[in-house]
Write a protein that binds this ligand. Structure first.
Ligand SMILES: [Zn+2]
Length: 106
């Protein structure tokens, strides 16, 4: 069987030297669902919020999506939402095909 690698991002990540907290579960999920979001990235708070009630595949995709937003902001790329979606979906496809998933634990 193909080797699978799960990377737990619950302890946070660094984007361009800035540490982002990664939060999920409980109230975070409720808050995101209210806005019909899978995840959100708050640049000033340096926080990535993920609704972890979805499938492992979806959570990993949401994480990559929010990281693209963080990179976009850090490097002032100015991607629009459609570009962020297409780029993150592409990255997710390539990474998951390689057996790499980003996971969160509460
Ligand atoms: Zn987005």
């Amino acid at each position: 069987m193909e080797k699978k690698i799960d990377i737990n991002v619950s302890k946070g990540i660094k984007v361009a030297g800035h540490t982002y907290k990664v939060k999920s579960g409980g109230q975070i999920n409720t808050r995101l669902k209210e806005g019909e979001y899978y995840g959100r990235c708050y640049q000033s708070e340096r926080e990535i919020l993920l609704d972890d009630s979805f499938s492992k595949e979806q959570v990993s995709n949401s994480f990559i999506h929010e990281v693209v937003h963080a990179i976009d902001s850090a490097f002032v790329i100015r991607l629009n939402e459609s570009q962020v979606k297409r780029l993150s979906n592409g990255l997710h496809q390539v990474l998951s095909d390689l057996g790499l998933s980003f996971i969160v634990t509460r």
